[in-house]
Design a protein around this ligand. Sequence first.
Ligand SMILES: [Zn+2]
Length: 220
Amino acid sequence: MRFWMGRMALNRLLPLVLILFVGSSLGEPHSVKIYFEAHDVSPLYKAEVERILNELDGLDVLVFVIPNHGGVADLRRHRDFATKLGKYRVVLHGYEHRPGECDLEAVEKGLKVLRAVNLTSDYFAPYDYDYTSSCLEALGAFNLTPLTERYMGGEFCPYREYTWYTPSFLKPVLVALFRSDLQAFPCLRVGVHPRAVDSSWEAFEEIVEVAKRLNNRTGN
Ligand SMILES: [Zn+2]
C-alpha cells in the first residue's frame, strides 16, 4: 500500500517537476535579438523620452523621431534634445505626427529637419502605419526602408508593445507575455510610448532587466 501511494505521488509530481525543469531552462533563450523602439520621440515629451532612453541605456534602441511635432516642436529649435539622439538608430516618424504624412513632400521636409540637426535615418514609420503605394514610392525615392511589423535586418521580427496604459497589478502578465514571445521568435521589437509607459513602468523595468541579462549572456 505504501509503495502504491509512493507511485501515485511520483506519477503526479513527475509532470510538474518536468514542467518546472523545462520551463526554467527555456525561460530565457540565448539567441533572441531584441530591439527596443522609443516611439514619438519629440521635445513635447522631453522628460518622458529621457527617462525611457536612460532606462534602455546599453540596449539596441530605435528612436521614432517626429521632426516637428504638432507643427510647434521643430527639432531645429531644440538642438540639445536632438543631439542626444545621435547615438541611436533613427526612424523618421512622419513630419508633424499627423495621418497621411507619408508622401514626397512630408518625407523631404522631415529629412531636411533631421539633416539640420545632424541626424540621419534609414527607416520610416508613418503616423498611421498606412503604407500606401504612394507612401512606399516616396520612401523608395529617398532610399528609406519602411519599418513594417515583420522584418529587421532580414530576420523575422514581430512588433510587440507591453507597456500600454495598464494598472500595476497586470505587471506579471505583461512580463509573462514578453517571456513567452522570447520563446516564440528569433527577433523581437518592443515598442514603448512616452506617456503610456508611466502606468506600466515596473513591468517595463523588469522587461529591460531580462533583456540586459540576455545580452550579457550572449555578449550582444
Ligand atoms: Zn506615433
